[in-house]
Unconditional design. Structure first.
Length: 157
């Protein structure tokens, strides 16, 4: 047996009540201390983590091969003076690098403003004497999962 429909508990609102526009609350009625939305900032949005750039801090020769100790990241928004920084994220990662990797570098590794080829030994020697500098490089992994190209170094003083 079906239950009878429930009777309305209150009368329906009148047309005058429905059509009446709500009034704006007075300034004293607003919540005290409610923060204003932030002013619009510069037209810069953070890019996602770069798929082909790393900040190289150190290296390790453990396991019979050389691995670079790096952090991934992306270029941030320009700061004071228009300089942009590479903002690293997450934990350090170990990426193996091939002994015959094509590496190019410039200042501060080489006394040059033009990128020039260097050996893995030259890179690791510089990293030993200048750890945790976070030099930013573009890199490419070869078929063996090792860095086979490391170049276009971007020095950030």
């Amino acid at each position: 047996m079906a239950a009878p429909p429930a009777a309305p508990s209150a009368a329906a609102p009148t047309v005058a009540a429905v059509s009446k526009a709500p009034t704006k609350p007075s300034a004293s009625a607003t919540a005290p201390g409610k923060p204003k939305p932030p002013a619009p900032g510069p037209a810069c949005s953070h890019k996602p983590v770069s798929a082909d750039e790393i900040a190289v801090d150190r290296y390790t020769p453990e396991g019979g091969f050389t691995s670079l100790i790096v952090k991934h990241g992306a270029w941030g928004c320009p700061g004071a003076g228009g300089k942009t920084s590479f903002e690293t994220v997450g934990e350090e990662t170990f990426i193996p690098i091939a002994e015959d990797a094509k590496i190019t570098a410039l200042s501060p590794i080489l006394p040059s403003a033009v990128s020039k080829p260097i050996t893995l030994h030259e890179l690791t020697s510089w990293l030993e004497s200048h750890p945790d500098k976070g030099l930013v490089f573009h890199y490419h992994l070869g078929a063996k999962g090792e860095i086979d190209t490391l170049g276009q170094e971007e020095y950030l003083p």
